[in-house]
Design a protein around this ligand. Structure first.
Ligand code: PLP
Length: 380
């Protein structure tokens, strides 16, 4: 049969059903231990709860199919997933990392990552030539990018980065949380490892903390990553795995809606007198628009930022006046969120003091625009 498309794969969780009961929905499997066969083997493939659980295996299979990868690991959080990659490297390894990235990971790399002995070089990978200028053939082991990248939504050319990485003998890993597998399939473009904070779009309902890694190959570093998850027990609990799979069934619907609304919101506010700039790759004046158009299909994502005229005070005051948008961190849920990023990211953040980050949910877009309009208009 022809390869099924993402909406189909996700909606039916690959067509899974329980062989005994014919149930369409998997049970929550809470066992932490499994019975050994009389001849001492574990034929079911399960032995203990720290390395494995049937609940997250199905979610992993769905994400593997959506990303077109070889296999996938679910983690207890996006950070746990990212950590598992960096801790699979060895002290002394050279790493190039996107400077504009999820702030929690940047902070970890700058502190614990360096103490662990990694030689980490931050560059803005969205700038042409930046990766090529930093790469050290034979020494660089990993290039870590995020695209679109928090919180300016700058775009890194995945295929170009993969080419540079592979010529230097390095791996390309990408935090694809904002793009989701609906919009971008980085492995097709040459990436080796795709990371998601599944807390965001994959789950979509702001009620599960989860992370994922999808790999293009089951190679030596992947073996070390698997061992890291098992040794740390950084797995997804059975209830969380069940909720995540339920959320993933509607991924394509939610992402389509979020993209359409984000594009409308970006276009509405781009010429607004109280807005200095709208940062959204779907706008033709965005520096990454052309590359994003090539590597994102069907939309430019549900995330954008606006820079409010009047600086920090005006930005925080605008966030205080919204009624519908929720003032909260995180992203990728069904409800729209607004956040003053500099307040949370602290010094060293690429978010200017006037920047508000918007995570567009699935509400009626006209309601979202009206609410932001009134919040901006009542400033003076
Ligand atoms: C939230 C987020 C993370 C961290 O994921 P957690 O699930 O919170 O650990 C990493 N990268 C991006 C882009 C994120 O938005």
């Amino acid at each position: 049969m022809k390869q099924k498309r993402p909406a189909t794969l996700a909606a039916q969780a690959l067509g899974w059903m329980d062989e005994t009961t014919k149930a369409l929905v998997p049970p929550v499997n809470v066992a932490t231990t499994y019975i050994r066969d009389p001849d001492n083997l574990y034929r079911s493939g399960y032995s203990y709860g720290r390395p494995d659980n049937p609940g997250f295996r199905l979610a992993e299979a769905v994400l593997t199919a959506l990303e077109g990868g070889r296999t996938c690991l679910m983690f207890s959080s996006g950070m746990a997933a990212a950590m598992a990659v960096f801790l699979a490297l060895r002290p002394g390894d050279h790493v190039i990392a996107q400077r504009v990235m999820y702030w929690g990971l940047r902070n970890w790399l700058q502190s614990f990552g360096r103490e662990w002995g990694l030689s980490i070089q931050f560059v803005d990978t969205s700038v042409n030539g930046a990766i090529a200028g930093a790469v050290r053939p034979g020494q660089t082991k990993l290039i870590w990018i995020e695209t679109p990248a928090n919180p300016t939504w700058c775009i890194t050319d995945i295929a170009a980065a993969a080419g540079i990485a592979h010529r230097a003998g390095a791996l390309l890993a990408i935090d694809s949380t904002a793009a989701t597998p609906i919009l971008t399939r980085p492995i097709e473009l040459g990436a080796d490892i795709v990371m998601h904070s599944a807390t965001k779009y994959l789950n979509g309902h702001s009620d599960v903390l989860a992370g994922a890694l999808v790999t293009a190959a089951e190679d030596e570093i992947w073996g070390r990553i698997v061992a890291n998850r098992t040794n740390l027990g950084a797995i997804l609990g059975p209830f969380e795995a069940w909720l995540l799979l339920r959320g993933m069934r509607t991924l394509s619907l939610r992402v389509e809606r979020c993209c359409r609304s984000a594009q409308k919101i970006a276009e509405h506010f781009v010429d607004h007198p109280r807005v200095v700039a709208v940062l959204y790759p779907g706008l033709p004046n965005h520096s990454g628009h052309a590359v994003a158009g090539r590597q994102m299909r069907g939309g430019f994502g549900g995330m954008l930022s606006i820079r409010v005229r009047g600086g920090e005070e005006a930005a925080i005051a605008t966030a205080a006046r919204v009624q519908l948008w929720k003032r909260a961190t995180s992203l990728g849920g069904v409800e729209s969120l607004i956040e003053h990023r500099a307040s949370i990211e602290g010094p060293g953040s690429p978010a200017g003091p006037d920047l508000l980050r918007l995570s567009v949910g699935i509400e009626d877009v006209e309601d979202l625009i009206d609410d932001l309009d009134q919040a901006l208009a009542s400033g003076n």
